[in-house]
Design a protein around this ligand. Structure first.
Ligand code: ATP
Ligand code: MG
Length: 598
């Protein structure tokens, strides 16, 4: 692996003066040493008889206590007006939703899907479904009919909560091939009947505003989440109620949630971040969570941060890069003085962006790493810990992470049933986690073999390549599928992308390997320019030269192409496999999660 670690970025040090509140994790080693999942579980209230239900931890116990009048969720409508729900309101609507399911004979373990924008109905459905002991599966509202049908079939959806327009366009035409789908509940029926559907609000108005919460066991399935489909066909990851123990711990340590926080997670619940950290973790901590019903617009976002007095903000690299592209001027027009912590997930966070955060907001961006399968944050940068720009940080308390050696074919090396770990700092291998944390997925729905293949020699293998430095910080190298082999070098696309991102003309970049007779593969970059820059041969030469100076000729792109937009998943991940398929004229594969071209 090329040795050019992005160490030229100086460490961003933390001191007491830079921290606005006393962090929950003050001493990393001491917190890890003292931590146990059993202790963490005791911070939750649980249900009689050893039962556990996510919705009880997130809503009812607060509504029954001193948080009843505290804002649980604050929605910002597209026109900028707001609508707040207190913990007590949320307890009531989720009880009603659960009652509706009970009346419809929707049972424990049945799957309730949503196809909705980020409106109150989505949040009531998510938590109400869990209150009924059923399994919630949120779908991204912008999915086309095919991905919707595919996921409903794979997950045997019994109920779908959606809008009239989405139903007509995406579900009604295929209803006859969805035999398990017994009920479609419309959130905007307004009394006018639609064949094959029910009016959710009418049913809710008639349902009792209280009811028993299902006595779910910790191992009962609570959520079904589809992966982003970055590397291929999306997988349905199964999560259980016990996961809430991890949402609680990670909300405390990685997001540093304190009771008075106003917290904003920008992810849509159609992706796991929008559920684990857009719904469950903030509510478990009894804080106020902001939900923007609209899409990313730089000025709108700054206005929300300012007007809502957001203190903790959890977003994604793609959003941050878009904000960076829009310039910092917009930030100056707003009072963002309440903001004290910014975190990011979903993709590698370029060091350039971490440092930009410090300039633009006075706060570095704290990268963290996890996947749909892990259910919660596994590796993070913490408020009290220095940030090494480009690093994902260090494992959460209760999480054991390691680098597993790979053989020449890229398979994990296992001897005597034990995975061989890479002990040397900076040597690349596969990022692995010791199984047993509460939010670990319990299976890929309908794909038992694929699930089993994720484990080897006592470890869960993540499919991502990484390395660890001498101080235990982890550095992302690339997805195993994306790594480029060129003239004996193993090159992570992220390293090349980050280097090009440092050039003032570059807004976004995706890097792949293209076949080459001599080198095996050579590096090719697809570059999207910032406004005001024109594509030209001169600029192309300049960018290649720029990367070469930083990375050396062996790692820098040999080829570079300008593109109007880099293809991404709807959750904002660069689809390198699509760049590659297009480059090589191969079939595009599963594009169900592809974002429409901007
Ligand atoms: P699929 O598994 O269907 O190909 P996906 O892996 O993109 O899609 P997710 O579970 O949404 O689906 O994403 C998790 C992946 O995102 C991680 O395995 C990793 O590759 C990437 N990722 C998440 N956070 C980070 C991060 N902080 N740095 C680098 N990569 C990250
Ligand atoms: Mg994945």
């Amino acid at each position: 692996m090329s040795a050019s670690a992005p160490t030229r970025w100086p460490t961003i040090t933390k001191d007491a003066a830079s921290l606005r509140v006393i962090p929950n994790l003050r001493d990393y080693d001491e917190t890890r040493r003292a931590f146990s999942w059993d202790e963490e579980r005791r911070t939750l209230s649980g249900l009689p008889g050893g039962h556990l239900n996510i919705a009880h931890e997130a809503v009812d116990r607060h509504a029954a206590g001193d948080r009843r009048s505290h804002h649980a969720l604050r929605f910002i409508r597209p026109d900028g007006t707001t609508h707040a729900m207190t913990y007590s309101d949320l307890a009531e609507t989720t009880d009603r939703f659960a009652s509706v399911l009970r009346d419809l004979d929707v049972r424990h373990g049945d799957r309730v899907f949503s196809l909705l924008g980020r409106t109150p109905a989505l949040y009531s459905a998510a938590l109400g479904t869990m209150k009924n002991g059923s399994v919630f599966c949120p779908l991204f509202a912008a999915f086309g009919p095919e991905p919707v049908g595919q996921r409903l079939r794979l997950g045997s959806g019994t109920v779908l909560v959606t809008t009239r327009a989405l139903y007509r366009k995406k579900v009604a035409p295929q209803r006859d091939v969805l035999p398990d789908l017994r009920h479609v509940l419309l959130v905007d029926a307004d009394g006018a009947p639609e064949a094959g559907t029910l009016d959710l609000w009418e049913l809710m108005a008639r349902a009792p505003a209280y009811g028993p919460i299902a006595a779910t066991s910790p191992e009962d399935m609570a959520l079904l989440h589809f992966t982003s489909g970055t590397t291929g066909r999306p997988k349905g990851a199964v999560h259980v109620h016990e996961a809430v123990t991890a949402h609680s711990a990670t909300g405390r340590y990685a997001l540093d949630l304190h009771r008075d926080d106003v917290y904003w997670c920008t992810a849509d619940p159609g992706w796991v971040t929008g559920t684990s950290y857009g719904i469950i973790a903030p509510l478990v901590h009894g804080v106020t969570a902001v939900v923007d019903e609209d899409e990313l617009q730089a000025d709108r976002w700054y206005r929300i941060l300012a007007e809502q007095r957001v203190t903790v903000w959890y977003t994604a690299p793609t959003a941050l890069r878009m904000l960076m592209k829009a310039g910092t001027e917009g930030i100056r027009r707003h009072d963002l003085s309440a903001l004290r912590f910014i975190a990011s997930v979903g993709e590698p966070l370029n060091p350039e962006v971490v440092v930009w955060g410090k300039e633009a907001f006075g706060l570095p961006i704290h990268d963290n790493w996890w996947q749909t399968e892990t259910g919660g944050i596994m590796i993070a940068n913490y408020p009290a810990m220095d940030v090494r720009p480009g690093s994902m940080g260090r494992p959460l308390p209760g999480i054991e992470a390691a680098i597993v050696a790979r053989d020449a074919e890229g398979a994990p090396v296992v001897r005597d049933e034990r995975a061989q770990l890479v002990e040397d700092a900076h040597t690349v291998g596969e990022l692995a986690l010791r199984p047993g944390w509460p939010s670990m997925f319990r299976g890929y729905l309908g794909e038992e073999d694929r699930y089993r293949r994720c484990f080897a020699g006592g470890w869960y293998l993540t499919g991502d390549l990484a390395r660890r430095d001498e101080d235990g910080y982890f550095w992302f190298v690339g997805r195993a599928d994306d790594v480029i082999k060129s003239a004996g070098h193993l090159i992570g696309p992220f390293e090349v992308e980050s280097s090009l991102m440092e050039h003032g003309a570059v807004a976004e970049v995706g890097v792949i390997g293209v076949p080459d007779e001599v080198a095996g593969e050579v590096v090719k970059a697809f570059v999207e320019l910032k406004p005001g820059f024109e594509a030209s041969d001169d600029l192309k030469r300049e960018l290649i030269g720029f990367a070469r100076k930083r990375l050396g000729a062996a790692v820098a792109p040999r080829e570079l192409e300008f593109t109007a937009s880099v293809p991404k998943t709807r959750s904002g991940k660069i689809l390198r496999r699509l760049l590659k398929a297009r480059e090589l004229g191969l079939p595009e594969g599963d594009t169900s999660t592809l974002e429409a071209a901007r």
